[in-house]
Design a protein around this ligand. Structure first.
Ligand SMILES: *Cc1c(COP(=O)(O)O)cnc(C)c1O
Length: 386
């Protein structure tokens, strides 16, 4: 068991001092990856951006490299460098746009760049030449997201130019869906058709087509035509389905969030609880305090909606969620200091899902996972040795 984001205290007898922590099951992550790879029958680029969707980028990358994940994807240069410094040797694609002064750092750390213009490609080419190295690039085509990438209708000159590079290896070409998790796939299919049209260039000029990839989690589940040579799951690899899409690949959530009761009291009627005195009981009730709050990423917007699990039962969080603590109404039930509290995950027959937490905080599952901040220690279990 490896815990991160903890002070080093020589005489501590527990790996984690704080009663609030995330548990990340590495065996579940490995099984999710294998389920996706088996379903699509082609290589998987595991997306590790934003601290691996809150799961902890480095421990996740180390486990996933050990079981043979062929590619990783991150958003920013710094994330790629951190992976290299942690000893990750698999190819890493940085999905975000690049600033000119970053190029030499990409090349020095053997990170694959995303290029979307002839100008950027020339800068990469010049920098690689000057360093006496080869740069690795994936071309990015914008087929309808309007984020980064050369527009599909002006991509051909970039593709033609890319064939002339001396110091730059064009390993891949990709695009990204804006609506692959939607019930109506009209726009996704339009993006796919535009991308196929761009890819026809390679056949037309008789050039070798580099590795093609487009499918995020939504497209992996809904659009097999978009799987091409590799897929790029983020959310799905962490065991969470985009809302509303068919759950056709057996993946399971790898992350759970636990805390403990730190305080128990009986509260009299009309004695309001927490800041703003926004909630009070009409009858005598038992209230427990949990050492977790919005300063950990347990959003204050969930005040009045969130529930937690104690002794296998659901109980409401009452009053406003504070920065570091919150109160739970257990009615006339029993709970003791030290009792485990589940904020996310299962306890007995009950479960609180990422979707539920996202609903309560009025956001999407992607944001919910990436909002659990680094103050919460991560504990890794079921590491698979290789
Ligand atoms: C984040 C991201 C992904 C993964 O998206 P999910 O919906 O989490 O699967 C794939 N490709 C790109 C370019 C991304 O930015």
């Amino acid at each position: 068991m490896l815990a991160i984001n903890q002070p080093t205290i020589a005489d501590a007898d527990d790996a984690v001092l704080r009663p609030t922590h995330l548990t990340i099951d590495l065996a579940i992550l490995a099984a999710n990856y294998k389920a996706i790879a088996a379903h699509v029958g082609r290589p998987v680029m595991l997306i590790l951006k934003a601290n691996a969707y809150g799961h902890g980028m480095i421990p996740v990358a180390q486990q996933m490299e050990a079981i043979g994940t062929p590619w990783f994807g991150v958003a920013y240069l710094e994330e790629g460098i951190m992976l290299r410094q942690a000893g990750i040797t698999a190819p890493i694609l940085v999905l975000g746009g690049i600033a000119g002064n970053q190029i030499r750092h990409f090349i020095a750390h053997d990170l694959t760049l995303t290029a979307s213009s002839i100008e950027k490609l020339n800068q990469i080419e010049d920098t690689a030449g000057a360093m006496g190295k080869q740069a690795h690039v994936h071309l990015k085509i914008d087929t309808g997201m309007e984020r980064i990438g050369v527009h599909y209708y002006s991509a051909r000159s970039l593709l033609a130019h890319s064939l002339t590079c001396q110091h730059t290896i064009i390993d891949g070409i990709y695009s990204h869906f804006a609506n692959a998790d939607a019930a109506d796939l009209t726009h996704a299919r339009l993006q796919l058709a535009r991308f196929n049209d761009v890819l026809a260039f390679y056949d037309e000029v008789g050039a070798v087509r580099p590795t093609v990839h487009m499918a995020n989690s939504g497209a992996i589940l809904q659009l097999p035509e978009a799987w091409f040579d590799m897929v790029r799951p983020g959310l799905l690899a962490y065991g969470v389905y985009p809302d509303g899409v068919p759950q056709t690949i057996p993946v399971h959530p790898a992350l759970s969030w636990q805390s403990q009761v730190v305080y128990f009291k009986v509260v009299r009627p009309h004695h309001p609880v927490s800041y703003g005195s926004a909630w009070q009981a009409d009858e005598m009730t038992r209230i427990v305090t949990i050492p977790v709050g919005y300063g950990d990423g347990y959003s204050r917007r969930m005040s009045g909606m969130a529930e937690v699990l104690i002794r296998g039962k659901r109980y409401p969080v009452v009053g406003r969620i504070c920065m570091d603590q919150m109160m739970v109404n257990i009615g006339w039930d029993t709970a003791y200091n030290g009792d485990p509290v589940t904020l996310l995950g299962c306890d007995g027959d009950e479960a609180i899902t990422v979707s539920q937490l996202a609903d309560w905080s009025d956001t999407i599952t992607w944001e919910l996972l990436t909002s659990i901040n680094t103050r919460v220690p991560r504990i890794y279990v079921n590491e698979i040795e290789h």
